[in-house]
Design a protein around this ligand. Structure first.
Ligand SMILES: [Zn+2]
Length: 655
């Protein structure tokens, strides 16, 4: 048995090696605060709802009269598993004994519901309900198994040992799946991918080849086709063409992203460079044409799906929170495999503008969809009831389909493992978080770093060397694509005075790399330009042609109005957006001012169309205040928009 370290993704090969939760400690700051909120509020909040709605009781009842009693949707088991996975990472992060006991307790509950042959599902295969594997299109049985396996892997990598009850339940499920769906078994796949990446990770954690082989079979079987035709079409569950024949991610966004993540895992572990390159091409196509400015993915409510290229309506954006989490998972795997900064850029964009957006500031409500425009202030959800998933409303405490909250919880609890990596002779800092990083470099020795920053409020990041071997090694810090010009400099032994500065200069997007014999107390400073900037959409995104957005550092900004509609707002992009004050009502976030005009509403409103162009006469200029998109909706019902129309008369004339 190969015990892996405490990290969610542990490839055996690749350009970069991930660090574990023990190696990277996130201190106070944007993400430190959210990790704390996760540990203190979100985990309990999720558990409370799952207990209250009977999703945990389903396991306890599985051996009895379950058919009559079972609560929740067919995939609710998976949400309990995701929460347990989050608890495993949280125990690794904090050493909390109470959570450790809860994990064992729930592991025993799962074990009690597991059948003799390893099958485990509270919805299928019991007396009086649908038999096993009769509805692979919609049943989510292997999807649930995948999340159980991921929880088991998290336990294997962070818990006491291999005889842990949760880990052994997960292995028995994986063994069952391998027997049932192996080369000589059922020649099909699950409608919702997830089992693929889970099996590869279990292979990585245990060294058992059969799990990798089973994941490979699932990836290769898909699209031949393996599942029945459905009303939404087979592209919905990526069964329209084989993985190797697809040009872009398509269909249900979360399914497509989980499948792509599992495909990267299979490609990396089997050394299939062609397959890796195919997924990287699909990713590039998807980022270039099917991704929102926020990093959100999925532009159709129907099928919760990717749209056509450039079909990115802001108000009908689906951009499910889970798709954001899954996009981080995929980009992280591609980053580890290739070392290319663009993947870390997308991770950052998605973390700040999808994952952080989902969670209410008190940790007790969540967005399921993340539209970029909400026209009318939505009603406040009932705090005592589950909400339907797809309403473009305010954050809701819980959902009938509650995939998103525990998905956010497991990512937040394990977030430190996504911040930095190593090579044989270097450390790469991909995300800017205050805290400590330690690593042992094969060709140099032990390194410890302290990172100080209040990013994204400011763009100053200081990396201090707290321990260093005598051999030279490389310190690499990501410079985001938007961050031009950035400057960096090095100071010796804590003396920031210019006399001691050496090296440095302008840093171009990618990684700034300094290789040297580092001494304890040496510091690398980098200044990223986080001042607000205009961002224009590709004109082929016709839903937002003629508009402009504001970004500041990694953050997308938006206009929010609790009282006025924002549909007549237009901005003057000839003046640069400027930083306004930190808003105490907005938890100290920096607000941004833009020059705005309000167009007059046409007088006769009985028909929305007219012969001539609308009046561009606007009321006097004013400064409109924009707030970070991740904060919208925290002060009560409000309308919101990211893309701001440019005042027609101020648009550039045709040549
Ligand atoms: Zn979700």
């Amino acid at each position: 048995m190969v015990m892996g370290p405490g990290r969610p993704v542990a490839p055996t090969q690749g350009v970069l090696s991930p660090l574990s939760i023990d190696d990277v400690r996130i201190g106070p700051g944007f993400w430190g605060h959210r990790q704390q909120l996760n540990g203190e509020v979100i985990l309990d909040h999720c558990r409370g709802w799952m207990e209250r709605l009977g999703w945990v009781r389903n396991f306890r009842a599985a051996s009895g009269q379950l058919a009559a009693e079972r609560c929740g949707r067919e995939f609710s088991d998976a949400d309990v598993y995701k929460l347990v996975e989050a608890m495993c990472w949280e125990v690794a992060r904090t050493g909390r004994r109470d959570l450790d006991e809860t994990i064992t307790e729930l592991g025993e509950v799962f074990a009690g519901a597991q059948e003799a042959d390893g099958y485990l599902n509270t919805r299928f295969g019991h007396q009086g309900v649908t038999a096993r594997y009769r509805d692979l299109e919609w049943g989510h049985e292997l999807y649930c198994a995948g999340h159980l396996i991921q929880a088991g892997v998290a336990r294997l990598r962070t818990g006491e040992g291999t005889d842990d009850v949760l880990a052994s339940v997960a292995r028995r499920v994986a063994d069952h799946v391998s027997r049932e769906f192996g080369a000589d078994g059922r020649q099909t796949v699950d409608g919702h991918p997830e089992i693929e990446t889970a099996l590869v990770e279990l292979y990585r954690a245990t060294g058992e080849d059969r799990y990798l082989e089973q994941a490979r079979l699932f990836v290769e079987r898909r699209g031949r086709p393996a599942l029945a035709e459905i009303e939404l079409g087979r592209a919905y569950f990526q069964d329209d063409v084989p993985v190797r024949a697809a040009a872009a991610l398509r269909g249900h966004a979360v399914r497509a992203l989980y499948l792509a993540a599992g495909t990267v895992d299979v490609a990396v572990e089997t050394g299939d460079r062609e397959l890796l390159e195919i997924v990287a091409d699909q990713w590039r196509h998807t980022i270039a044409t099917r991704t929102y400015l926020t990093g959100g993915m999925g532009s159709r409510h129907e099928g919760e799906a990717f749209g056509e290229d450039y079909q990115l309506p802001p108000d009908r954006a689906y951009a499910e929170t889970c798709a954001g989490v899954a996009s981080v998972m995929l980009a992280w795997r591609l980053l580890l495999a290739t070392g290319e900064a663009r993947y870390a850029d997308v991770i950052e964009r998605t973390l700040f503008n999808v994952v952080a957006t989902s969670v209410a500031l008190d940790g007790r409500a969540f967005f399921y969809t993340n539209p970029l425009q909400v026209r009318v202030p939505p009603p406040v959800p009932d705090p005592t009831a589950e909400s339907p998933r797809a309403q473009a409303g305010l954050r809701a405490p819980w959902f009938t389909v509650a995939c998103c909250p525990p998905n956010v919880a497991r990512l937040l609890a394990s977030l430190s493992a996504y911040a930095a990596t190593t090579t044989r002779s270097g450390i790469q800092l991909h995300q800017f978080v205050s805290g400590q990083v330690q690593a042992s470099l094969a060709d140099a020795g032990s390194v410890r770093l302290g990172v100080e920053t209040d990013y994204p409020r400011s763009g100053r990041v200081t990396v201090r060397v707290d321990e260093s071997p005598r051999a030279p090694w490389r310190l690499e810090v990501r410079v985001p694509a938007w961050a031009t010009p950035s400057v960096y400099w090095i100071s010796r032994s804590g003396d920031i005075a210019s006399t001691q500065n050496e090296g440095g200069g302008t840093a171009t997007p990618g990684y700034v790399t300094v290789e040297r014999v580092w001494r304890v107390g040496d510091e690398l400073h980098i200044e990223l330009p986080v001042h607000p900037r205009w961002t224009y959409p590709d004109p082929r995104i016709d839903a937002v042609r003629g508009t402009v957005a504001v970004e500041r550092g990694p953050l997308v900004y938006c206009a929010e109005s609790p009282t006025d509609r924002l549909d007549l707002l237009s901005v003057d992009d000839s003046a640069e957006p400027v930083d306004l004050d930190r808003d105490p009502e907005l938890y100290g976030a920096v607000t941004v001012g833009v020059t705005a005009h309000d167009l007059p509403a046409p007088a006769d409103a009985d028909w929305a169309y007219r012969a001539g162009p609308p009046s561009a006469d606007a009321r006097p200029r004013r400064t409109a205040t924009l707030i970070p998109y991740y904060l919208w909706g925290n002060r009560g019902p409000a309308g919101m928009r990211v893309w701001l129309p440019v005042r027609p008369s101020l648009m550039a004339p045709a040549p």
